[in-house]
Design a protein around this ligand. Sequence first.
Ligand code: NAP
Ligand code: F7E
Length: 339
Amino acid sequence: MKKALITGVTGQDGAYLSKLLLDKGYEVYGAYRRISTPNFWRLEYLGIRDKVKLIPFDLTDSPSILAAIKNFEPDEMYNLAAQSFVEASFDQPVATGDITGLSVTRFLDIIRQIKPDAKFYQASTSEMFGNAKQFPQDENTPFCPESPYAVAKLYAHWITKNYSQSYGIFASSGILFNHESPIRGEEFVTRKITSGVAKIKAGKVSCLELGNLDTRRDWGFAQDFVECMWLMLQHRTPDIFVVATGENHTVREFVEKAFAIAGLELGWEGEGKDEVGKEKRTGKVLVKVNPKFFRPRDVDNLLGNPAKAVEHLKWNPKKTSFEDLVRIMVEADLKREQG
Ligand code: NAP
Ligand code: F7E
């Protein structure tokens, strides 16, 4: 039986990847951060809480990385743990650099010393492209990171390639574009919208406040994307792959789709003002723009080209459409609100 170590097992991708690997017959070791209140709701949501072998672990703590690898000798390691929220990286740039960037060197160097035959997957990101000049973005697009998060991920990306080339470690990076699901964190815009829509429908809140509505993202379904992580480690050589759907939408379009699916009439702030600038009562649910959700710098337009993953890994980028993704998320949040 193959053994896999997944860091960030309490996160969205960690949960979906655990499920995928358990279904494939792997023994799954889930590395989680020990905090005062355990955070296993995603594993519970997918019904795998008692199937994953949970190991306390922190990416900033080398002894805990060493113990996880030494004690369990995993064949495959998926490094999904990170401070992954772009907005927070502007407030905590040093912690983000340490956890999301430097820790990958800690991890790889322990692999080099004690388990060099293991395969390693690094969770790279489309944020590394930043405001790229090339559309769509592929494996050859120059990087232009626009946040401390993206800078940290770019460091992690390069050190993964460096360890692979320098020491012959099977270390691959997936440059994943945004991927979402019903177990996405509520800080991220898609889940903020779908949970907001469900709360509005339940009469708990009356409006939704967002930041930049004009940015475009290539949004896919997390359950489809984790499959590509696994495929990368089954490939004959370590490599770098863009993972994306090849289609993008604005935040505004996501809002419109979510409201339509929930059967709510959408009104944008300002569209119903009277002569003295007072908001008219239109009966519509208002979406307001609040400057506090704008970032010091944003990435305007991301669109990925998954052709290499399609050709070499036989991965299907079109398994879940944008419409289906929004529907899956809205319906799950409506169900949650109904208890
Ligand atoms: P997520 O839901 O935010 O999960 C992040 C995980 O990292 C959580 O389990 C978190 O643990 C853990 N973590 C944070 N700091 C840690 C530390 N110091 N030591 C150990 N664990 C730590 O992220 P995700 O959406 O699943 O994404 C998975 C990975 O892919 C991340 O590296 C992310 O940056 C990257 N990525 C994501 C996307 C996307 O669209 N989702 C796209 C490209 C790349 P707690 O539960 O304790 O906080
Ligand atoms: O923002 C805009 C915001 O926070 C998307 C992470 O998984 O994907 C994710 O990073 C866009 C941005 O994701 C709000 O300004 C508007 O332009 O959902 P997000 P992200 O920053 O793209 C990449 C690939 C990762 O690697 C990251 O780990 O939406 N936006 N209004 C908003 N964003 C948020 N969060 N909240 C708002 O109210």
